[in-house]
Ligand binder design. Structure first.
Ligand SMILES: [Zn+2]
Length: 347
């Protein structure tokens, strides 16, 4: 096996289910921590929206913590904001939360249209500018690693635009209206992903936990989401990942048929089980607990959890969800070191 792979080659080969010398270790979910902010002179909430700060804090995930990828942003109001949702500005330790949404009634869905100059909306514009900055820095510095960007998916889109209560109620009582929003969300997200690829992102993560069993009725996953995901995955022209929070055990098989190359799972889904069921069909990514392991455990316990995750069959070692902002830098470094230790102990 070629051991001279670059980080980008290793990541890409893993996504393509090809053999690698060692699994990549990175995060496909948020990476902003207090330690990294302090060391880079950046801070939330500014780094949520300011392209220069967003780029600097994302880059620190690689340059300081050693994660083998650069991942941004740290919050995702960009798409819903462009469609009329309101958000708080976030604080120094928490992302913006939604304060209002446009679709109060099913009839309002007919009024949701793709705005003119969509990519000039403030959130999306900042994301595109951040991509440009990071692409240039990565190329200038000669870093051969994946640039990874997270955006919301069609379920998140629908639940933001209709509000989460309507989203859940309409899944039973107003399925046509909800399906319209989901379909529109799928089109918008895939096209936006392609704009980000054009600007130099290598991998787009579709964050879409609202379609998962923790929130949405599992029997409705296939009828309401499978075709939408297939269409998106077929349209997206770079490495694509679907991120699912919560326990996704009940939808593993349909997710594997969605066409996404990578499935990023939270730790509530057992990696060993997922690997046995769908590990030969998609690139499983995850799933060390950001709270119960990375934030709270000792470096040696974190290493044990990370090694078990590789043993269980993950193809890309990563936190199960967004890294908690108060996670100490030493623990992120231990997480990265665990991957190397795993292979040296094995040989
Ligand atoms: Zn998550």
């Amino acid at each position: 096996m070629d051991t001279n792979l670059t980080m980008l080659e290793r990541f890409t080969r893993s996504m393509q289910l090809k053999e690698v010398d060692k699994v990549p270790v990175c995060s496909v979910t948020q990476t902003g921590t207090m330690d990294l902010m302090e060391l880079t002179g950046t801070s939330w909430p500014k780094a949520f929206t300011d392209p220069v700060e967003m780029a600097a804090l994302s880059m620190a995930g690689y340059e300081i913590a050693g994660l083998e990828g650069v991942r941004f942003p740290f919050s995702s109001p960009d798409i819903p904001q462009a469609f009329g949702c309101s958000y708080s500005s976030g604080t120094n330790n928490s992302p913006p939360y939604q304060t209002d949404f446009p679709c109060k009634n099913p009839e309002d869905v007919g009024n949701v249209v793709i705005p003119d100059n969509l990519y000039e909306s403030p959130g999306m514009k900042a994301m595109i500018e951040t991509t440009d900055i990071l692409r240039k820095q990565i190329d200038d510095k000669g870093y051969e690693l994946p640039l990874i960007c997270g955006i919301l998916g069609p379920a998140s889109f629908a639940s933001c635009v209709a509000g989460v209560n309507n989203y859940l109620m309409w899944s039973v009582k107003e399925q046509d209206a909800l399906q319209k929003l989901i379909d529109l969300g799928g089109d918008v997200c895939a096209e936006y992903a392609n704009v980000l690829y054009d600007h130099g992102v290598d991998s787009v993560v579709i964050i879409d936990s609202e379609s998962g069993p923790d929130l949405f009725p599992p029997p409705l996953f296939e009828p309401m989401f499978l075709q939408v995901y297939k269409k998106m995955a077929a349209k997206m022209k770079g490495l694509n990942i679907l991120h699912m929070c919560g326990d996704a055990t009940l939808i593993l098989e349909p997710m594997a048929k969605s066409g996404f190359m990578g499935i990023s799972l939270e730790e509530k889904t057992d990696m060993g089980y997922a690997s046995r069921v769908i590990g030969n069909e998609v690139c499983l990514i995850g799933n060390v607990s950001p709270a119960n392991e990375l934030l709270l455990q000792s470096p040696s316990a974190i290493k044990a959890a990370a090694k078990k995750c590789i043993e269980d069959g993950t193809r890309i070692l990563a936190p199960g969800c967004g890294i908690a902002p108060y996670t100490p830098l030493a623990k992120l470094k231990a997480f990265v070191e665990a991957r190397d230790e795993y292979y040296s102990e094995k040989n």
